[in-house]
Design a protein around this ligand. Sequence first.
Ligand SMILES: Cc1cc2nc3c(=O)[nH]c(=O)nc-3n(C[C@H](O)[C@H](O)[C@H](O)COP(=O)(O)OP(=O)(O)OC[C@H]3O[C@@H](n4cnc5c(N)ncnc54)[C@H](O)[C@@H]3O)c2cc1C
Length: 555
Amino acid sequence: MTSGTDKAFDVVILGGGVNGAGLFRDLCEQGVDCLLVDKNDFGSGTSAAPSRLIHGGLKYLETGEFGLVAQSTLERNLLLRNAPHLVRPLPTIIPIFSWTKGTGAALRTFFGAKSAPRSRGVVLVKIGLALYDFYGSRSKVMPRHSLWRRAAALRKLPALTPRIVAACKYYDAKVTAPERLVWELIRDGLAANPGSEARNATSLEGQRDGILAFEAPDGAAFTVRPGLVVNAAGPWIDRVNRLLGISGKLIGGTKGSHIVLDHEELARQLAGRMIYFEADDGRICLVYEYLGRVLVGSTDSPADDPDNVRCEDEEVDYFLDSLRRLLPGLAFDRAQIVYAYSGIRPLPASDGTAPGLISRDHSAPFAAPEAGRPFPVISLVGGKWTTFRGFAEEVADSVLERLGRKRRISTRELPIGGGRDYPADEAGRRRWVTDLAKETGLPAGRVETLLERYGTTAAALLREEASAEEPRFLDDVPDVSHAEIAWIARNEAVVHLGDIVLRRTTLAVTGRLTAHDLDTISRIAGTVLGWSEGRRRSELDETLDTLRRRNLAPL
Ligand SMILES: Cc1cc2nc3c(=O)[nH]c(=O)nc-3n(C[C@H](O)[C@H](O)[C@H](O)COP(=O)(O)OP(=O)(O)OC[C@H]3O[C@@H](n4cnc5c(N)ncnc54)[C@H](O)[C@@H]3O)c2cc1C
C-alpha cells in the first residue's frame, strides 16, 4: 500500500457533510493543506435531510441545555448575515391548547426525567420564548416574540383547529438549500487554499501503516499520507472508524423523515410562516411554506442504517393525520406528496432516553496514534446543522494546536459562497440587479431570480447565460436555463446527474422536476462532462430510480 508517491496532507477529513465541509473551510482559511473525501456527493447524507431550520433549539430549553441554545441562537444570527442568499428569517407560530398545562412535566424533564411533556400551555411557552429572546439577543437581527389571542390566530390562519386557546409568534430561520450551502463551504475552502483538495464519489478502502487507500469515481486507486484524520462521517462514523482500525460505538442514531406537499391553499395561508406544533403523541412537528410548496416533518425513531433510509408508509400516515388534526379546515392526501426524504441524526450513543431528548450538543472524541496507525483520529459526533461553524471552530483550534500553527482568520464574520458581497439592503439589491442586467443584457427579472437562487454567484451564471447564442430554458421549469445547468456541471464538482438535481439545485426537492426535463439535464451534463450515451442512460435510470424509490417523487 505504501509508495514514495503517496501524497501528504496535514489533515484528511472523511465525510463532506456540513460538519466536514465547515471544518474543511475553516482549516483551509488557516492555510492548512487538507483533503476532504466523501464516498457519495458532498452534502448528500444527513446534511440533506434536516427540517431546514437554522434555529436556536427552543425545545432544548426543556432539557436545560442553555449553553446549546445560547450557541445555536448566536450561530443562527451569524448565518443570517453570512449566508443571506440561502438563510432567511422564518416567522413561527406555536398553537397552544391550554393556559397552564405541562409546567410540572417540563420541570421534571428539566431536572433529568427521560420523558417530555405531552402538552405545553401558554405559561410554559411564554417562559420558553422569553428565555429564547434573551439568548437570541447576541448579534440580534430579528424581532421578539408576541402572543396572539385565539380570535386573532384564527383570523390569520383560518384552517387552524378552533381547539386552540392562543398562539405565540416568534422568529427563527430556515436554509432554503442546505445541500448547496455545504458545497459552497467546500468551494470557499478550495479558493482559500490551493494546496487543498476535495473529492466526492470517492471511498475510503482502508488504512495500513499510516497510509489511507481510496478508490476514485473512475475506479482508480490512490493513496494518501495524513498528518491527522478527522472522521466527519455523521451516522457512518462507527463504520469509518472500523476501517481505520478503531472499535467502539460513538453513534446511536435516530431516523427522521419529511414530506413535501403541493398544497396551494395551505402555502397561501402559511404566507411564509411555520407552524411548530405538538402532534397527538406530544412530539414536536413542523409545517411551513418552502419555495412554494409545504414542508412537513419530522419523525424520530431509533435506526442505524444510513445507506437505506426512506420515508415509510406509517410515517406518511403520521404526518397526514397530524395535519388533519391541526388544520381541519383543509384536506390532505398522499397525492399531494411531491417529494420525501429521510436521514439519520448522528446523535451520541445513549441509554434508554426518549429519542427526542437525546442531547443535540456535539463532541469530538480523540483517538491517539497507536501501533499500525501513526496518525490521531478526531471524530465529529452529534451537533446540528445550525451550529456547524462553532463546532468547526472548536475542532480547527484543537487541530491547529496539534500542528503548532496559529489561527489566521476567524470564520465568525466570514460570508459563505454567494453570500459574499451580497447587497446589504433593498437599494443595494436594486443596484446589483440593474448593474448585472446592463452588463449582460438580460432582463432584470431574470437577474433577480438567479440572485435569489445563487446569491452573488449568480453573476458568473448570468454571464454564461448571456454568452449563449439563444438562451434556452427547461420545458417544464421555464425559469431554469440550459446555460445554468451547464455552468453547474462545469464548475460545481458534479460527478453524477443526481448531484445537479438533488443538491446543487432545488429542482427535485420542490417537486418541479419532470422526467422529460431530467432527460434534457442529462444531455446537457453529458456534453459538459463527456459522458458516453451508455453512461448518460445509466445516470438517468439511476437518478429516476432514486427519486421514485427513496424520494417518493411522482415522476
Ligand atoms: C430528520 C432530521 C432533521 C434535522 N433537522 C435539523 C434542523 O432543522 N436544523 C439543524 O440545525 N439540524 C437539523 N438536523 C441535524 C443535522 O442535519 C445534522 O446534525 C448534520 O447534518 C450532521 O452533519 P454531518 O456532517 O455530521 O453528517 P452527514 O451530513 O451525514 O455527513 C457525513 C458524510 O460522510 C460521508 N461518508 C460516509 N461514509 C464515508 C466513507 N467511508 N468515506 C468518506 N465519506 C463517507 C457521507 O456520504 C456523508 O456525506 C436534523 C437531522 C435530521 C436527521
